[in-house]
Write a protein that binds this ligand. Structure first.
Ligand code: GLN
Length: 389
């Protein structure tokens, strides 16, 4: 047998998706892979039912249906204050996963360096490997997950082609402030680097935090490649609707890459999702309110366990410190947790470049009932989990 590509030898399957399979195997409450267990807005579902009887069953325009791109441009302008051209500045993709991959393949040559903050969403590691780029990791230092500007500048001095910025951040829940974004933007301009952003949690924020779009900072529109999706905002992770927003010269190339990667996102789903993109502001306020209630419920429950944890400013993830259990392998901890306690988590090591085994990640995009069930089970954590100290 000939050997398989060396490109793929550098990474394993996704630990996040693996933990969902392990949770299902043990009937655990799955707080590992971040997706809601509540219904998407009924207006979107009603429109989907209608769409099945209309003429949306063939390919849409490869870079996205016209009305979907127009609705995206309107929504983006409403929230960012930045006008974008739906014809030349947006490509619709199959989820932000494809958006990131298309962005990486569009800007990097083999061997190019790309800055990635650590901890990071695991796909970025695989994205750099698949595009034959070389990551330079810059730590976000717990407990506040701030970066050291000197360390960041040292990374920029290595002449990277791009920096990947997840804001609000998965898994640490950090919302980058305008000042922090300005430091990154100034370095990107100084060292002539693209900024590839992942802003899928733009609407999941906790007061008093506010989302600042990197592309709205002075001089950043032309070098920011914004990757986004409808998954989290409208609770439709399975629809795989994502998009890239960038300057026309960049989008020209992203269109080609996207076309050959996937041709296009599902036409009926784009049509149905236009309903969501046209929602009034009340929808987004309500979303924030709901997530704030979930966060508070879950954090209060965790506090009674007396385990230290992060308090997210945005997104819906919490890192818990499990060092008291003395596990050397946090994946083993998560397997034991699913099997013995019945709650699914993601080992923190899958997000960190540094050798780190003291965190696990939970998400709380779940119904109140599900979160209470998880908290009930976690009450027995210290009774049921073995100690290795
Ligand atoms: N972004 C979500 C997470 O971090 C889901 C990832 C995925 O499986 N696509 O859990």
């Amino acid at each position: 047998m000939p050997s398989l590509s060396s490109r793929t030898a550098g990474f394993t399957d996704s630990v996040i998706r693996r933990m969902t399979r392990i949770s299902n195997q043990y009937g655990a409450v799955n707080l590992s892979q971040g997706f809601p267990d509540f219904e998407p807005p009924k207006e979107i579902l009603n429109r989907l039912a209608e769409v099945t009887k209309e003429d949306f069953h063939q390919y849409s325009i490869t870079w996205g249906a016209q009305n979907f791109r127009e609705a995206l441009a309107r929504k983006h302008e409403h929230f960012s204050g930045q006008k974008i051209d739906p014809n030349s500045e947006i490509v619709v993709t199959c989820g932000s996963t494809e958006a990131m991959m298309a962005a990486m393949l569009s800007v990097t040559n083999p061997g190019d360096k790309v800055i990635v903050f650590s901890p990071f969403y695991e796909n970025y590691g695989a994205d750099t490997i698949l595009s034959n780029a070389e990551p330079i990791y810059v730590p976000l230092i717990p407990p506040e997950f701030k970066f050291n500007p000197d360390v960041l500048e040292a990374a920029f001095r290595q002449n990277p082609k791009a920096i990947i910025l997840c804001n609000p951040s998965n898994p640490c829940g950090k919302v980058f402030t305008r000042d922090e974004l300005t430091i990154i933007a100034d370095l990107a301009k100084k060292y002539d680097t693209f900024v590839i952003t992942d802003e899928v949690y733009e609407h999941i924020l906790y007061k008093p935090n506010a989302h600042v779009y990197m592309s709205t900072l002075p001089g950043m529109k032309e070098r920011t490649i914004l990757c986004n999706s409808l998954s989290k905002t409208y609770s439709i992770t399975g629809w795989r609707l994502g998009y890239v927003v960038a300057a026309p010269e960049i989008i020209d190339t992203v269109k080609k890459v996207h076309d050959f990667l996937t041709v296009g996102a599902a036409a009926p789903l784009q049509e149905a999702a236009v309903t969501g993109l046209n929602f009034p502001d009340a929808y987004y306020l309500d979303l924030q309110q709901k997530y704030t209630e979930k966060r508070d419920l879950f954090l209060n429950g965790l506090d009674t366990l007396k385990i230290s944890h992060t308090v997210p400013e945005g997104a819906y993830y919490i890192l818990l410190d499990i060092s008291e259990f003395g596990y050397e392998d946090d994946l083993k901890f998560c397997e034991d947790l699913a099997r013995l306690v019945g709650v699914g988590a993601v080992p923190g090591s899958s997000f960190f470049k540094e050798p780190e085994n003291r965190y696990i990640r939970f998400h709380f995009a779940k119904k109140e009932k599900t979160l209470n069930e998880a908290l009930n089970r976690l009450n027995d954590l210290r009774k049921k989990m073995p100690y290795h100290v």
